[in-house]
Design a protein around this ligand. Structure first.
Ligand code: ZN
Ligand code: ZN
Length: 413
């Protein structure tokens, strides 16, 4: 028995999205409706009722883990997702290229996204890679991702995740000095390393030809690297050790790839999977079908729904849901071997159009496959899901899927 878990990020909506209807209610989704008809639906609180989820914590919970116990911070998932080799003891950060100006009072923030820099990040990353810290025994690894973003890790003995960030998040503010947020030498040593790397990044980046060219073209230079979200490596038992399955993730966004890698899944690269509204959903469907030849479990993450909702664009979210239905769900519906496959489809939280951010409202979820107890619901949306046979539950979607595939370990004897 094989399993497919599909998470459409920020799928859930509110009636304020489209004058009384959610985007999922407004979207034409004949293939998802067909799956709902064949299977069972319900509502899931990604972490628990009244808990407003982040994407990373929600994913951990849907994958069957307790984020209250395991979660150390986003940085580690960003580092893993971007391809850095994270080891126990490493301290991971989210990083961004920014623009600062030197004043008599020190460095002040001009733009925390360096004008949303669109090219040259590899050169910037290579320059950051030449930096050597004087803090003894501490080494830096860095990779750029999209636009101004990247991920950075510190490796060395006696480092701590308890350090404050350097990003002031406010134009005109002084760049923050990282401070130890816990007692002991490790936090002090880590804060010293962060402050050193911040100063050094400005020194090595400010006069790069790339930045002079940017300045000449009227663009903001990427002349400093700011870090935030320090996290150490969480101890997450792997999905293969729990269920005895070989699993893979298909995700355009580094964060989601990182969460899945931390849970022991392999990552499958799909050309055209961008983690945005322009992603190639057909290619993701093809890759899912192909992966089932070698994997027992395929987890597919689709991000565009959340992007459109953060942009408060109900039309874009609705259109993207229709694309998921036609370009991703339809080929699976047609070509999967439904005698040996179970599929779960849900979101990791609600992202309301009006609020433009994640909310605690539960999300529709559906399970389909031979072992699913079919209910009477024949469409897939927030309203129909409230009448479904799965009722309302919290997290645990992957364990439920694994149980349907007869892969779940027994609790007790
Ligand atoms: Zn999310
Ligand atoms: Zn989001």
């Amino acid at each position: 028995m094989k399993g497919i878990l599909v998470i459409a990020d920020g799928l859930g909506g509110r009636p304020t999205d489209m004058e009384g209807r959610t985007c999922l209610e407004a979207a034409r989704t004949p293939y998802l409706d067909e799956l709902a008809d064949r299977g069972a639906v319900g509502l899931v609180d990604p972490i628990g009722p009244g808990i407003r989820p982040g994407s990373d914590t929600a994913h951990l919970s849907l994958l069957g883990y307790n984020p209250h116990e395991l979660y150390t911070g986003r940085g580690v998932f960003e580092c893993l997702g971007i391809g850095l080799d994270v080891r126990p003891g490493d301290i991971c950060f989210r990083a961004n290229f920014a623009t600062v100006e030197a004043t008599k009072d020190g460095l002040r923030l001009v733009d925390r996204r360096a004008g949303r820099i669109e090219s040259g990040q590899e050169e910037l990353a290579a320059t950051v890679g030449t930096m050597r810290l004087k803090t003894p025994g501490v080494e830096i690894q860095f990779r750029a991702s999209t636009e101004h973003r990247g991920a950075l890790l510190l490796r060395g003995k006696d480092l701590s995740p308890h350090v404050s960030e350097t990003d002031p998040h406010e134009v005109g503010a002084a760049i923050h000095t990282a401070r130890p947020m816990a007692g002991g030498a490790a936090a002090k040593r880590t804060a010293a390393a962060v402050n050193e790397l911040t100063c050094q990044s400005h020194e090595v980046l400010k006069d790069l030809p790339l930045n002079r060219e940017r300045a000449a073209a009227g663009k903001l230079p990427a002349n400093i690297l700011l870090v935030r979200g320090a996290a150490d490596c969480p101890h997450i038992p792997s999905i293969s050790s729990i269920y005895g399955v070989r699993g893979a993730v298909i995700a355009g966004g580094a964060l989601y790839r990182g969460v899945a890698l931390a849970c022991g899944l392999d990552s499958i690269d799909v050309p055209g999977a961008t983690g945005g509204l322009d992603t190639n959903l057909r290619a993701k469907a093809e890759a899912t079908l192909a992966a089932l030849a070698t994997y027992d479990l395929v987890f597919v993450h689709i991000k565009g729904t959340d992007n459109a909702a953060h942009d408060q664009n109900a039309a874009a979210k609705t259109a993207f849901i229709e694309r998921i239905d036609a370009e991703f769900v339809a080929p699976l519906l047609e070509r999967l071997d439904w005698r040996s496959t179970h599929l779960a489809f849900t979101g990791d939280h609600t992202t309301s159009i009006d609020y433009g951010d994640h909310t605690a409202d539960p999300v529709p979820v559906l399970f389909v496959g031979a072992n699913v107890r079919r209910d009477d619901v024949t469409s897939f949306n927030e309203r129909s899901a409230a009448r479904g046979g799965l009722l309302r539950f919290s997290g645990q979607v992957l364990p439920m899927l694994m149980s349907l595939a007869n892969r779940c370990p027994k609790f007790g004897s």
